[in-house]
Design a protein around this ligand. Structure first.
Ligand code: DON
Length: 577
């Protein structure tokens, strides 16, 4: 026991000790709580900060930073760990985007490791005999899988920008797969919820359920032997193993057995691409976000450009006027998305035009500050995405920041585990427009620019973003949430820049979303009834639905790092040192 306590208690009545203790506790809490004048405190650090959707991934990545690794080393470690502990979104057979900012080199690069359509893919591959789009095929069959990019993307990141080997980055993931980890309530609930989808496939059932078909309950240990063996092969033979070795053979055999399209050739030919991020400015801050084949960066910048013309801070956080203007700007951007956005390796995207201030000014003129413009007067519709993805943000002491979002699209992707390899296949092919110009299963329409073509990348909304201020990394952010990713990211940027919220408050604040079609303003719980009434008066169809996104973010200010994990994911954790 601490001697000071012993001395303090000598002769002092217990009541007084309790009062002193209470005072001490309150002081500590208050000291943290008044940080930047907010009720919610971010996690703080000076040398490194990691924010992911799972505490085990946060801890694995933080260890890397503590040992002197950089943010890229930590990011790759986190991504492989998430593939083991969070199979609903973490993956080795999906794809994603990683933004890396180096203050020292004064550069921000984007690694595009998005999946590609197999070479045998065709524009009408998801149409039935009557020519209707078959969502079962595009989401839950072997045809739903794009050629995976994750392993190649992570390995490229490490080779070019990291300091540790792939083998080192894989150590925690292999350990978590081999020795297992303790099941959390969300892990157990997720598998219960998707029982029908996952048990449809023998290869998936035996991984995610006990031999008698019963569930893994919270507190039990979950071991993945096949996945551990796959990760070991990659660790020993490098990323090439995944694309040309036994793992590729297992994946291709799975395809051949179930009429899938991915061949050994497709696997061998997959390569990630280093791209220039989309760049914009907002009230003196420099915005870097993901370029096509993601629509994310373009529309984050485009919406910010439109909103820069209004005194948003004066209108107030989540006031009816602010929400109205955000919704109107969102509609216009999402309408453009359906016309213009697709894989830049296949089509020409007018990137410069879409992100220019002048274009935003023209669009702004069509916004009525008092009335909602009906979506059907704006243009043609676009597809809707949903379900599961995961984002993490990491900064190190060397001036590097990583913003990474990766996905297998839906929760547990297509639900199909590759027999003998222990990992789930993505269903990213559903992000293409199954039938351009014709309503899909949701009554929505996709664009010609995003039709299926061999080896093409499907359009994404993932928006890993890094905001710099006067040349220094300032805000690192990004989210899952399908079409809501763009608006979620946008609101955290605005919460920080316009409304001065600290990062934890910015991440937690209730969000809104409009994606042009359906013509409805989606809100989370927490927007006041008065505000909703004003919005309805302005002509908005307001719909309160479940929480949107899970935005894991970091701010760096005056040499301090502040992490904000999104409370919408109960396993999310920010940790710094
Ligand atoms: O790339 C995209 O935009 C989608 N496949 C992302 C899906 C997603 O975020 C689901 N997550 N909650």
């Amino acid at each position: 026991m601490n001697a000071a306590y012993v001395r303090l208690s000598d002769g002092i009545p217990v009541r007084i000790i309790a009062a002193i203790m209470l005072l001490l506790v309150t002081t500590t809490v208050n000291a943290a709580a008044i940080l930047e004048g907010e009720r919610m405190s971010p996690v703080q650090g000076r040398e490194g900060m990691v924010v992911t959707s799972h505490f085990l991934a946060t801890q694995a990545a933080l260890e890397v930073l503590k040992k002197g690794g950089n943010a890229i080393d930590a990011a790759v470690t986190a991504a492989f760990s998430l593939a083991v502990i969070q199979p609903r979104s973490g993956n080795i057979a999906g794809g994603g985007f990683m933004l890396i900012s180096s203050e020292q080199n004064d550069e921000v690069v984007a690694i595009d490791y998005r999946e590609k359509a197999p070479s045998k893919a065709t524009a009408d591959m998801f149409l039935d005999e009557e020519g209707n789009a078959d969502s079962q095929l595009s989401r839950y069959s072997h045809l739903a899988a794009g050629v995976p990019g994750t392993v190649a993307g992570l390995s490229l990141a490490l080779e070019k920008y990291g300091t540790i080997s792939l083998k080192e980055a894989l150590v925690p993931a292999i350990h978590l797969a081999e020795k297992g980890f303790v099941v959390t309530p969300p892990f157990s609930d997720g598998l219960k919820e998707k029982e029908t989808m996952l048990k449809k496939w023998e290869s998936s059932a035996k991984i995610f359920y006990k031999p008698d078909g019963s569930f893994y309950e919270p507190g039990e240990r979950f071991i993945q032997k096949d996945l551990a063996a796959t990760l070991r092969r990659i660790s020993e033979q490098g990323a090439k193993e995944f694309y040309e070795g036994k793992t590729a053979e297992l994946l291709v055999a799975e395809m051949a057995k179930h009429d899938g399209l991915i061949t050994m050739e497709d696997m061998k030919n997959y390569s990630p691409t280093i791209r220039e991020p989309v760049q914009g400015t907002y009230r003196g801050y420099d915005i870097y976000s993901m370029s096509p084949p993601s629509s994310g960066g373009v529309h984050v910048v485009q919406i910010l450009n439109m909103l820069e013309g209004y005194p948003i801070a004066e209108y107030g956080h989540n006031s009816a006027q602010t929400i109205h203007l955000m919704a109107e700007a969102m509609k216009l951007a999402y309408a453009d998305r359906s016309f213009y956005l697709g894989d830049v390796d296949f089509i020409k995207v007018p990137l410069k035009g879409l992100t220019e201030k002048e274009y935003a000014a023209t669009l702004r003129k069509t916004i009525d500050p008092e009335k909602a413009v009906p979506s059907n007067t704006i243009g043609k519709p676009q597809p809707y995405e949903s379900n599961e993805t995961t984002h993490f943000s990491i900064v190190d002491t060397f001036g590097n920041a990583v913003s990474n979002t990766y996905t297998i699209n839906f929760s547990y992707g297509s639900g199909i585990v590759v027999e003998g390899a222990g990992f789930l296949l993505n269903n990213e092919m559903d992000d293409f427009s199954a039938k351009p110009g014709v309503p899909n299963a949701y009554g929505l329409i996709g664009g010609e620019a995003n039709k299926i073509e061999p080896n093409k990348r499907m359009l994404s909304s993932m928006s890993p973003t890094i905001v710099k201020h006067q040349g220094e990394n300032f805000l690192i952010t990004g989210s899952p949430g399908g079409s809501r990713i763009i608006t979620t990211t946008l609101q955290v940027i605005m919460n920080v820049i316009d409304h001065g919220l600290n990062i934890q408050s910015a991440v937690a604040a209730p969000r809104i979303h409009h994606q042009w079609l359906p013509d409805e303003l989606r809100i989370e719980e927490g927007i006041s009834v008065d505000t909703i009434k004003i919005l309805q008066k302005k002509g908005h169809r307001v719909k309160q639905q479940e929480a949107m996104g899970a935005i894991q973010s970091i701010i760096i200010k005056d040499g301090m790092m502040y992490g904000g994990a999104d409370p919408r994911k109960s396993t999310a954790q920010a940790a710094g040192f």
